[in-house]
Write a protein that binds this ligand. Structure first.
Ligand SMILES: O=S(=O)(Nc1cnn(C2CCNCC2)c1)c1cc(Cl)ccc1F
Length: 79
């Protein structure tokens, strides 16, 4: 599927970034410690390791499981 506007309302199940990396769980601090937790952003649907846009960026993104890449946009096209 696709995301509308900035993807802040995207609720699809993509969990892979544009470079093919898997997304880190939003509840995990490994390999990237971070501040975008489900507790702090209860309305952003930060479930499992799904691509989301909790911080008003231009598209859905996620922290990646690659220790050398903190975050990346996801492999979803804009509607
Ligand atoms: O390191 S973080 O926990 N997460 C983080 C870092 N960069 N990003 C980008 C994610 C995509 N949108 C632009 C910021 C998120 C983080 C750092 C700071 Cl200084 C502020 C908020 C925050 F959470």
């Amino acid at each position: 599927d696709c995301y509308e506007r900035d993807g802040s309302s995207y609720r699809g199940v993509m969990s892979e970034t544009i470079s093919g990396k898997k997304c880190q769980l939003w509840t995990s601090m490994e390999p990237h410690a971070h501040q975008k937790t489900p507790q702090k952003f209860p309305n952003a649907d930060l479930r499992r390791n799904l691509c989301r846009n909790p911080d008003g960026d231009r598209a859905p993104w996620c922290y990646t499981t690659d220790p050398s890449v903190r975050w990346e946009y996801c492999k979803i096209e804009r509607c």
